[in-house]
Design a protein around this ligand. Structure first.
Ligand SMILES: [Zn+2]
Length: 382
């Protein structure tokens, strides 16, 4: 099946009342694992590369310093991996840019084969956010590519996306934003937060979701609402990491129950990144615990060193820089690297399998229309 734009999948979530998890990938092996687990559950898939994940996949171990050229190379590497493992897949797959920072990042992603992009203008004043987003929509829709915007500010940190405190999305402004920009979906602020420290027992303001969806119906505007910063931060994984010598403190996620109620109110896309990071990190730590001879491996021993040096870190990108060729292209030079890749794949599958079931996208793949980008260009014109 070809890689599809996000729009038809959003329409399916709206029509059949489920949410589609959108999961961040940072390596070829994660792309492969994510596609396989969605196939297993007969769910469509949204794979996301964050702006700086593209930089990382472009070979920047120090991805915070990624240049536009790095992002271009990385976007193509992710795009190539998704096409390789997804083109003959029985499920529809979307490749989505998470937190596109500016017009150039969006263009780099689309050139690399992304079929959906987010432009995050949430730090700008409303009018400037509208203007930037509308320009991106014009450019993307003319290529059949879908667009996600953001309105309201989420607290927390996610790569370069940082905010001290959150400002909930004003439902009236959200409706106006949809009307003026014609985005396909919108990330809103309603109590979720980026990162692993979200505070205990977070209650989501799902009234905000209800209010926006209700008004959109009255105004006859199509629009799906997106929940960012929605990792559940499974306690058992955090405990396991800490039992393996990790030092992760105050980690709390959004409860699955809160997310399910938000889906009922109209959330259609749920972004999860931290959970994957945690599961992969635990698997890496566990591997070196039970295979002590691999700590001196010529190809992966350096990963063990990094795990030991950065005990409070749980972003695999901090550890896997010694195998960048594998990260970027999926090359597996020896058995030790193969074992590390297996750690990464299993971590992805454990977390995604759970959430695909909880968010209700199990079995929904056949309900999703699969237009090509060319067909989508025509649909957007109407
Ligand atoms: Zn986000």
């Amino acid at each position: 099946m070809p890689i599809i734009p996000l729009r038809p999948l959003l329409e399916a979530t709206d029509k059949y009342n489920f949410a589609q998890g959108a999961f961040n990938v940072n390596a070829v092996s994660q792309v492969k694992a994510a596609i396989e687990v969605h196939e297993m559950f007969r769910s469509a898939a949204i794979l996301q590369g964050a702006d700086l994940a593209n930089g990382f996949m472009g070979g920047r171990g120090d991805f915070l310093k990624s240049s536009l050229e790095d992002k271009r190379i990385g976007a193509k590497n992710i795009g190539d991996a998704v096409r390789k493992f997804g083109e003959n897949s029985p499920i529809p797959i979307v490749l989505h840019l998470d937190h596109g920072r500016d017009f150039d990042s969006v263009k780099a992603a689309i050139d690399g084969g992304y079929t959906s992009v987010m432009i995050d203008g949430s730090s700008l004043p409303f009018d400037q956010n509208v203007e930037l987003t509308r320009e991106v929509v014009k450019y993307a829709h003319a290529r059949g590519v879908s667009v996600e915007g953001e309105l309201g500010v989420l607290a927390g940190v996610e790569d370069h996306v940082f905010a001290e405190s959150s400002t909930y999305t004003n439902p009236l402004s959200a409706v106006e934003f949809f009307r003026k920009t014609e985005v396909d979906c919108l990330a809103i602020s309603y109590g979720t937060m980026h990162g692993a420290v979200k505070g205990k027992d977070v209650k989501l303001r799902r009234e905000i979701v209800t209010a926006i969806k209700e008004c959109l119906k009255h105004e006859k505007i199509f629009g799906v609402l997106v929940s960012h910063g929605s990792s559940t931060v499974p306690k058992y994984i955090v405990d396991e990491i800490n039992n393996l010598g990790g030092e992760i403190k105050n980690a709390d996620g959004i409860s699955v129950n809160e997310l399910k109620q938000a889906i009922y109110c109209g959330i259609g896309k749920i972004n999860v990144d931290t959970d994957l990071r945690l599961a992969v990190t635990r698997n890496l730590k566990e591997f070196f615990k039970y295979n002590p001879t691999k700590r001196d491996s010529a190809s992966v021993g350096a990963i063990y060193q990094l795990l030991e040096e950065k005990k409070n870190q749980f972003d695999p990108r901090a550890f896997i820089t010694p195998i960048m060729d594998t990260v970027m292209y999926g090359n597996i030079p020896d058995d030790d690297v193969a074992a590390v890749v297996e750690c990464m794949e299993k971590g992805v599958k454990e977390v995604l399998g759970t959430l695909i079931v909880e968010f209700g996208s199990v079995g929904k793949a056949p309900l999703v229309e699969c237009p090509t980008l060319e067909e989508m260009i025509e649909r957007y014109k109407k």
